[in-house]
Design a protein around this ligand. Structure first.
Ligand code: ZN
Ligand code: ZN
Length: 137
């Protein structure tokens, strides 16, 4: 079976594939995403449950859990943000769009946590709905 999407970190230690299309995407401006990405916002896509498979470097993936929400997973060698997963089950829920190769097939549909946006950021006037907090599921 041909994977529909592939992705990797900057150093190449971690490679993964998605066997099913993404089901949605959004920009997040929350403080955690800003710190994690080092920039104004993070674009993430929601995956079809069970569709992400780590092809290489599973032992290089490290996680950070804030005490609530999803565990943020990144490459322990180069620090690239990769995806977020349920801390207990390990089930990946969202993938960072920036680490995907090629066209993810979906486009961000909203801006969430705009109330937390950095003072220096001008949120793009792209016609997408904006939510002060988490976008409605
Ligand atoms: Zn890496
Ligand atoms: Zn966020």
């Amino acid at each position: 079976m041909t994977p529909s999407l592939t992705g990797s970190c900057n150093c190449g230690a971690v490679r993964f594939e998605l066997t099913e299309p993404l089901v949605g995407a959004a920009y997040c401006h929350c403080t955690r995403c800003r710190r994690r990405s080092g920039t104004a916002m993070q674009a993430s896509g929601r995956i079809t449950p069970g569709s992400l498979r780590i092809v290489e470097g599973e032992d290089r993936v490290r996680g950070w859990w804030a005490g609530d929400g999803l565990e943020k997973a990144f490459c322990g060698d180069c620090g690239s943000s990769l995806f977020a997963r349920d801390k207990d089950s390990g089930e990946v829920v969202v993938v960072r769009l920036g680490v995907l190769d090629g066209d993810p097939g979906v486009r961000p549909m909203a801006h969430q946590f705009v109330a937390d946006a950095a003072a220096w950021e001008t949120i793009p006037d792209d016609g997408l709905p904006r939510f002060d907090g988490r976008m409605p599921a």
